[in-house]
Design a protein around this ligand. Structure first.
Ligand code: GLU
Length: 505
């Protein structure tokens, strides 16, 4: 049987890195097994639907290079891949469940539901559910006489369809990561399957679509584990048990400090992104930062995510997507949650920046330097020379702007005092003479510049230690940066002379 996996996001907002990791494991499993990877948009909850979120998810997948074989955009043999376009299908199966006695119509109004919760709430049962204990006290097709039910349906009284969870049933589920898990179904409420607006809930839609789309393995976040018994029973009740996918509930990605799932708030608090790409909430206009815009390379982001909850069984840490697909195995997915470590994420990106060829890096860095600063003198040729000079100091693509600002515009001289403290007539004369010499240099390379600088020092009785740091401060504004002559080569004659003259007058 052909392996078929799916990523099934609800388009409700930014794509959390945990979501991208779910995509990645799906993708790797499909690639490793010659299978298909499906993107299905689970957009049946009208209250949570956010315009633009679907396109955003697809853009994130594209950025990461995790391209689905079938999707709403691409189509495929099991189209449509958007649940809101498959509404008619869910009705058929909801009705089938009611007819077989595994689900029922419930006519309770919101007030009646609130009433029930208020009436049954006790110190022990603080959150009464609609379940095998309470259902017969409610207004549904199990508790009401058949003729009343028929009339309510006839008169189009709004209803939902609920699953009838067994009151006394221990269910065993096999999970590829966790092994056998037991559930006590009596603790699970009678979940709504079809809502009053005619839309299915996630529980019904996920089972129907995984069946119809012939999904063989379902990878999803651990937060879905409590819903698993409902889904497994639905597979059983619909008569599809032998087609049920194998489950893999992925461990959570945890806060770097403390316990619990890493949230957007943790990112804000600790100063790192949790979304793959910038996400702008269309309602509030608020933008939450993404790894892409922070200056991560998608390959580094994906590599880092692969290792958050999985290990290759060796010391190797750097993997291309292809080599991940060759190495990936479910057995090496961890059961426990993985603490997110931003320093490690940075390390991955640093490695990828060092390993990316300069021509490619030049293209990648360009938007990070010219969008923000709009330097008049930035051209690609100049950028190509800057990249190798400063790449070892950069963890993010955005660092090139910070580390190389003095290439693009004349910097403020922050450390002039350092020059002034030890300034003397010899140095004044040395620099005056050197800039005169510079005028006649035609072969403007760092080697030639350094040779002329060094050759002039003895005449003024100066050593490198006397004049090199002043030159650096003249060109950079401070005591850092790559080789000074390399800087002079890139910024050119006019700019070099101008920066020296600012100090010597
Ligand atoms: N629609 C669910 C979500 O938003 C998908 C869960 C699943 O993969 O079954 O995460």
């Amino acid at each position: 049987m052909k392996v078929r996996v799916r990523f099934a996001p609800s388009p409700t907002g930014g794509l959390h890195l945990g979501g991208v990791r779910t995509v990645l494991y799906n993708y790797l499993f499909a690639r490793a097994n010659g299978g298909d990877f499906v993107l299905r948009i689970e957009d049946t909850d009208q209250n949570r639907f956010v315009p633009g979120a679907e396109q955003y998810i697809m853009d994130c997948l594209k950025w990461c290079g995790l391209i689905p074989d079938e999707s709403p955009e691409k189509g495929g043999p099991y189209a449509p891949y958007r649940q809101s376009e498959r509404k008619h299908l869910y009705h058929i199966f909801a009705k089938q469940l009611v007819d077989a006695g595994h689900a029922y119509y419930a006519f309770d109004t919101t007030e009646e539901l609130e009433q029930m919760r208020a009436n049954l709430k006790t110190d022990i049962n603080t959150n009464p559910q609609y379940d095998h204990i309470t259902r017969m006290a409610m207004r549904n097709s199990l508790s009401l006489p058949a003729d009343e039910v028929a009339e309510l349906l006839e008169t189009k009284t709004p209803y939902v369809i609920r699953i009838k969870m067994p009151g006394n049933h221990a269910l065993k589920i096999y999970d590829m990561i966790r092994g056998e898990i037991s559930f006590d179904c009596s603790l699970v409420d009678d979940k709504v399957l079809l809502k009053a607006d005619g839309m299915p809930t996630y529980h019904l839609a996920v089972v129907v679509d995984d069946y119809l789309m012939k999904i063989t393995h379902a990878f999803r976040g651990e937060e879905w584990l409590p819903s698993a018994p409902v889904h497994v029973l639905l597979w059983e009740y619909l008569g599809w048990k032998e087609h049920m996918p194998q489950w893999a509930h992925l461990p959570l990605i945890l806060k770097p400090d403390g316990n619990g799932k890493l949230s957007k708030r943790d990112g804000d608090r600790l100063g790192f992104p949790v979304f793959a790409m910038n996400w702008t909430d269309p309602k509030t206009g608020e933008t939450t930062g993404g790894f892409k815009e922070m200056g991560f390379l998608p390959q580094a982001f994906v590599n880092m995510l692969a290792m958050l909850g999985w290990n290759p069984g060796s010391e190797q840490e750097l993997f291309s997507l292809e080599s991940l697909a060759d190495t990936f195995s479910i057995e090496r997915i961890h059961k426990g949650g993985a603490k997110f470590d931003f320093e490690k994420a940075k390390w991955f990106n640093h490695q990828y920046i060092q390993n990316t060829d300069n021509a490619t890096l030049t293209e990648l860095v360009k938007p990070f330097v010219d969008i923000d600063l709009r330097f008049g003198n930035l051209d690609m040729e100049m950028l190509a020379k800057i990249i190798p000079l400063i790449k070892d100091r950069c963890n993010f693509l955005s660092d090139f702007r910070v580390q190389g600002h003095f290439f693009f515009a004349t910097p403020e001289i922050q450390e002039e005092a350092t020059i002034r403290e030890k300034w003397n007539e010899q140095k004044q004369q040395f620099f005056t003479e050197w800039i005169n010499e510079l005028e006649s240099i035609t072969d403007w390379t760092h080697d030639v510049l350094e040779a002329s600088f060094t050759a002039l020092m003895p005449k003024h009785n100066l050593k490198k230690g006397d004049v090199l740091l002043p030159l650096r401060i003249m060109l950079v504004g401070a005591k850092y940066g790559p080789g000074v002559f390399a800087i002079a080569e890139v910024i050119g004659k006019e700019e070099t002379v101008k920066r020296i003259k600012r100090v010597i007058g």
